[in-house]
Design a protein around this ligand. Structure first.
Ligand SMILES: *Cc1c(COP(=O)(O)O)cnc(C)c1O
Length: 398
């Protein structure tokens, strides 16, 4: 039987992450492919989740999220960025940032509407836009030179906006490039959104994970943006609990009500026992997050140094879990330029596993010379990867 899957989802059936994780366990190579932490979040937060289950917090919570969590979200946005969100109307708890993104696309995009997203993009964007029957218009972040920062060209962004453009789906700190959008880039996005009356959905799941003094400014804080912006966060990324799938969307009441309308028929509500735990973390674990940030920064530096010594041209990320490396200097003369083939050969070459950057592009030829490594792993794991990378390689057997 031919696949019963609808046409618009057929491009999204394969996942490279599973294949690369299988490659790692088969070869014993160190898995720096998928981006999830290998240590737990704050102990008190974990205790509250356990206690919640033990004390019967196990039935449907309120649809928008429990009041204590919505209040904690509102208070932390006010404390961190001076943003004002009414916990009753402007905050929605979701099943991870993933659901917030999906619900936003289903809420705002009519069939045929165009959505602009920064390419390369997080893997759920293309599929969610397709589910909403929208049309993706990629705007590519580009490097001025190998190893350079991936930057947004305002002219390219403006040129992508047309009569059917409905919304801008922005991600900063940006996975997979590690770029944190800077003032001029943010202002260009805001100016365009206001001029063309666009909704902006901004995925800020790495909002606390910025390095070397890079400053994350939420797009919703720019003048004229609060009334058109939905800001998405994730407890998974901020508190090392990616398996809990608690995220949230903040914005003006009409936009949040629209996202809530879609969310209620996707999952109805989200993880009851985790919500009081995340409320605690938002109110009391800022120091834990600050430590996480500085630990990740030093792991970034370890891995970047190891990759450079091994011959990669490394883009030093300003934020996120990821470092992007250009592998062209490691190719033998005549060897094909194909990130996926290179990743298959990486366990033999270097004893590590990465993912090809090209899977994050609509036009996969664009990222063919790049691969992505995750550094959200224990120092011992990064050390072992760096040791493998510095081992002289006697020809590839791949
Ligand atoms: C991990 C990630 C998400 C998904 O967050 P969850 O809370 O796990 O659903 C969304 N966007 C980006 C850019 C991510 O890296």
């Amino acid at each position: 039987m031919s696949s019963p899957l609808v046409q618009r989802l057929r491009p999204f059936t394969e996942t490279i992450f599973a294949e690369m994780s299988a490659l790692a366990s088969r070869t014993g190579a160190i898995n720096l492919g998928q981006g999830f932490p290998d240590t737990d979040g704050p102990a008190a937060m974990l205790d509250i989740a356990r206690m919640s289950i033990a004390t019967g917090v196990n039935q449907y919570p309120p649809g928008p999220g429990i009041p204590a969590l919505r209040q904690a979200i509102s208070a932390s946005r006010a404390a961190d960025h001076g943003q004002q969100f009414d916990p009753d109307t402007d905050v929605l708890v979701t099943t991870g940032a993933t659901e917030a993104i999906a619900a936003a696309m289903l809420a705002f995009v009519e069939p045929g509407d165009e959505v602009i997203a920064l390419e390369p993009f997080y893997d759920s964007y293309q599929a969610c836009i397709a589910m909403a029957q929208g049309v993706l218009r990629p705007v590519r972040l580009r490097q001025a030179e190998p190893g350079g920062r991936f930057a947004l060209d305002p002219a390219e962004l403006a040129a992508a906006v047309g009569p059917r453009t409905k919304l801008l789906l922005i991600n900063s700190p940006h996975n997979p490039t590690g770029t944190v959008l800077e003032a001029a880039e943010l202002q260009a996005i805001a100016t365009l959104a206001i001029e063309r009356d666009l909704i902006v959905v901004t995925d800020e799941v790495y909002e606390h994970l910025t390095y070397s003094g890079a400053v994350h400014t939420p797009l919703g804080t720019l003048p004229g943006m609060a009334e058109r912006t939905v800001t998405i966060s994730s407890a998974g990324k901020s508190f090392n609990v990616t398996g809990w799938k608690i995220g949230w969307a903040c914005g003006p009441a009409p936009l949040v009500a629209a996202v809530r309308a879609a969310k209620q028929f996707l999952t109805y509500v989200s993880g009851a026992p985790f919500q009081p735990a995340v409320a605690h973390a938002l109110m009391h674990e800022q120091q834990w997050v600050a430590n996480l940030r500085s630990e990740l920064e030093s792991r970034r530096d370890l891995l970047c140094a190891g990759l450079s010594r091994a011959g990669f041209v490394v883009t030093r990320p300003q934020g996120t879990y990821f470092v992007v490396a250009d592998f062209r200097p490691l190719l033998a003369p005549g060897e094909q330029l194909d990130g996926t083939a290179f990743c298959w050969s990486l366990p033999d070459r270097c004893g590590v596993v990465a993912v090809p950057q090209q899977v994050f592009y609509a036009d996969q030829s664009a990222g063919a010379h790049l691969i992505r490594f995750a550094f959200c792993k224990q120092v011992a794991v990064i050390d072992a990867a760096v040791a493998n990378l510095s081992r002289p390689v006697e020809g590839s057997q791949a």
